[in-house]
Ligand binder design. Sequence first.
Ligand code: DX5
Ligand code: ZN
Length: 223
Amino acid sequence: MNDFPAQRINPSILSADFVNLQHELERIATADLVHVDVMDNHFVPNLTMGPPIVDRIQAVSPIPLDMHLMIADADRWAPGYAEQGAYSVTFHAEATTDPVALARRIRDIGARAGIALKPGTDPEPYLELLGEFDQLLVMTVEPGFGGQSFMHDMMPKLARIAEAKRRHGLDLWLQVDGGITVDTIGIAAEAGADTFVAGSAVYGGVPEDRIAELRAAAAQHTH
Ligand code: DX5
Ligand code: ZN
């Protein structure tokens, strides 16, 4: 089993150079997991990659894969990413007919199962189901594009989920994705996040340095 620190930094390769992916993956080897954004131009208005490219990323990545599926019909596609060997597979709540059944399929294959909530998605229906998941992703931007600004107004929602997690005594990773920088990571950590996705903040500089800076900033604000 992989051993991760209490706070995870997951760079998003959405902000990497897509024609040099192997090199771009090597540049983030000091991070915890690589966040891979799969978009289908349907669930979100942008298109990235699918199973063949993810398979090659899986083969050369120095760190495990944290799949973020921004795709419709997750019931059909999500288990395949688990079968490819992803460490974690996260689908959006609206993209499945049965989140619990899909999470169980992903877990049965041997990956961690995650559920993602868009900014407009009410967390309430999921609070009593948290034990079915290994990770819950609170989007802090509208999904689809890197480089957007952090939505501070998602913090009450995150805190509410963190409170439910504590109440149920769960070992659930709370992930935030979108607009995470050295300035916002502490705010998300205070609200209860422990797993941080950062795309432009990591690849906008020297990735190893940016990862270290994000780690240090998060560590000042443990929940
Ligand atoms: C956006 C993606 C994010 C994106 C984050 O829909 O899910 O993972 O890469 O990019 P930044 O960190 O630049 O906001
Ligand atoms: Zn993402």
